[in-house]
Design a protein around this ligand. Structure first.
Ligand SMILES: [Zn+2]
Length: 558
């Protein structure tokens, strides 16, 4: 445990929190799994709490909290957050895994993996034979190692109590449990060899929870799925119960549901290999606070005890009603008054255009006077025109919208798509008929500020990738289509996420200036190094960097 703590201490000192998260996810957690597999659960029980504390420190740091007392004083909040980030990314989590579930599945699966060898060395203990053409354990002598037996049974019973109708359902003997686990390992391997999933079924973005297919991965997935269902249900109940103490329960739940899809968290899986995926620590923190509905400590809060504090500096009326600016960064993400919504939209469009061009398509950005032959004073400008779609169909017009997840059109907590559908209808009304009359296929594309990508654009992209591959390779490999779409989804998800974080940065800086606070130590990812991220970086400098970056993207209007 000492060793683990000192690694965590070193990690906390690592200046880039995005890299810290990736190390935590891919290296730090993996090590513990191997260790737990080789221990009796009874012996490693005490270790769990300590390890959770260490993990919680890391998790808090991603949200900008490094102070141990702050973590200790809000133990309920962090226990909740700990649970939430353990879920897979496509379920709204951060794929940091639940140590409790790893713990329950580790030892018995290790026993299953080694049972064949144990039977050879200790034939008196474990007997094997051929049953129905399969080499199986026929019996385990309970008198030889009762302690091991108890350990297996106690883990299995705990798993059965969490997962109903799971893999271990109804199994009451160690031999049966071990046989079942061995069977699970074999099944998983054969499933992986088949490539029968179409990219439409799955974008291939789900986390590979364990690198090697194994019975542990099968068991773990059932455990975490049960935990997830319970967590979601609890939050749903809270959202439906008006509570003046926690007015953000509904907001929390709506955001959470909007994140349950394969595209919202694609930026988290993209790594840091491409410059557009790299976030500064401030941007990463803003993204985490938005994703997990926690308070962003960089957004100044109104303090009624400070006489010079003007509450108007902490409000915005861009939605026609004056509202307090929330501390999670949701309003700042797409505030209409400060140009944030436009920046968010433009960055999403530019990323999409860059991708379409990389497919070899001829694409015009915001073409003007498209419909002026029909209506001379027409000033409608759809975002994107594809002149030569693969497959030889009609030219394609695309108009992009980025919407929030909690607009007035969302009447149902469990239906984030309501906002998308409404916006799509509005766009079709605006462009549908006139585009058709001019010989275009029109696509109204809606992205959410949470990064959710709607099915219309996904299918269009899949179709264009497929047709392009047909043209170039002749033979279309599904795995290749999947790789390309995955890359595209990562790019768009990262672009939306980064624009949102930068919008928060710009606004938080402005608010801080208004409140005459000393400027904080924000940095943008293009100037990640410590010297340039000093207090001198003002929001205007950042806008200039922004414009430069957009020019660099080489998506100039044609
Ligand atoms: Zn606003």
């Amino acid at each position: 445990m000492k060793g683990i703590k000192s690694v965590a201490d070193d990690l906390l000192k690592y200046p880039n929190s995005q890299a810290r998260y990736l190390i935590h996810k891919y290296c730090f957690n993996q090590k513990i799994n191997y260790w737990l597999r080789n221990q009796f659960p009874e012996d490693s029980k005490d270790f769990l709490d300590e390890f959770k504390k260490t993990q919680t420190r890391l998790i808090a740091s991603y949200h900008g909290i490094y102070d141990q007392d702050t973590v200790n004083n809000q133990s309920e909040l962090f226990t909740d957050l700990y649970k939430r980030v353990s879920f897979p990314i496509a379920n709204g989590g951060l794929a940091l895994r639940s140590i409790d579930s790893v713990y329950l599945s580790a030892f018995i699966c290790f026993m299953a993996a080694s049972s064949k060898y144990l039977a050879e060395i200790f034939p008196d203990w474990i007997q094997t034979g051929i049953v129905d053409n399969v080499h199986k354990i026929t019996s385990i002598n309970e008198n030889i190692s009762p302690y091991t037996n108890n350990q297996i049974m106690s883990c299995a019973e705990k798993i059965q109590s969490i997962v109903s109708n799971g893999h271990l359902e109804g199994l009451t003997l160690p031999a049966l449990i071990i046989n079942k686990l061995v069977e699970l390992s074999n099944q998983k391997t054969t499933q992986l060899e088949l490539e029968d999933q179409s990219p439409d079924d799955s974008l291939g973005l789900y986390d590979p929870i364990f690198k090697h297919s194994s019975s542990q991965s099968a068991l773990y997935q059932q455990l975490i799925a049960a935990e997830f269902d319970k967590f979601k249900k609890d939050k749903e109940d809270l959202a439906n119960k008006p509570n003046s103490q926690r007015p953000y329960n509904q907001l929390y739940y709506r955001n959470f549901v909007s994140l349950i899809n394969p595209t919202s968290g694609a930026w988290l899986l993209a790594g840091m290999s491409h410059p557009s995926f790299i976030l500064s620590s401030f941007e990463f923190m803003a993204a985490m606070c938005r994703r997990n509905t926690t308070s962003n400590t960089s957004i100044p809060q109104y303090n009624r005890h400070v006489p010079s504090d003007n509450p108007q500096n902490y409000q915005c009326s861009c939605d026609s009603i004056t509202k307090d600016i929330d501390k999670h960064g949701y309003h700042m993400t797409a505030c209409k008054k400060r140009g944030n919504a436009i920046r968010l939209h433009d960055n999403a469009v530019h990323t999409l255009v860059a991708f379409l061009r990389s497919l070899g398509l001829s694409v015009a950005l915001e073409p003007m006077h498209m419909f002026s032959d029909l209506e001379s004073d027409d000033n409608r400008r759809p975002d994107i025109l594809i002149r030569n779609p693969y497959g030889g169909g009609r030219q394609i017009l695309i108009d992009v919208t980025v919407t929030g997840f909690d607009g007035s059109t969302r009447t149902h907590n469990n239906k984030p798509e309501q906002v998308h559908i409404k916006r799509r209808k509005q766009k079709i009304q605006k462009y549908g008929t006139i585009a058709d009359a001019n010989g275009f296929d029109f696509y109204a594309v809606v992205f959410s500020t949470t990064g959710k990508m709607d099915v219309i654009i996904k299918n269009l992209l899949l179709e264009q990738i497929r047709l392009k591959l047909q043209l170039v390779d002749g033979d279309v490999k599904k795995s290749k289509v999947r790789k390309i779409i995955k890359h595209c989804v990562s790019l768009i998800s990262a672009a939306i996420n980064r624009s949102a974080s930068r919008n928060i940065f710009l606004n938080a800086t402005k608010m801080a200036n208004l409140a005459r606070h000393t400027q904080q130590n924000f940095s943008s990812s293009t100037s990640c190094d410590l010297t340039s991220s000093s207090a001198s970086s003002s929001s205007d400098d950042l806008i200039q960097q922004f414009e430069l970056q957009i020019m660099n993207q080489n998506v100039l209007q044609i």
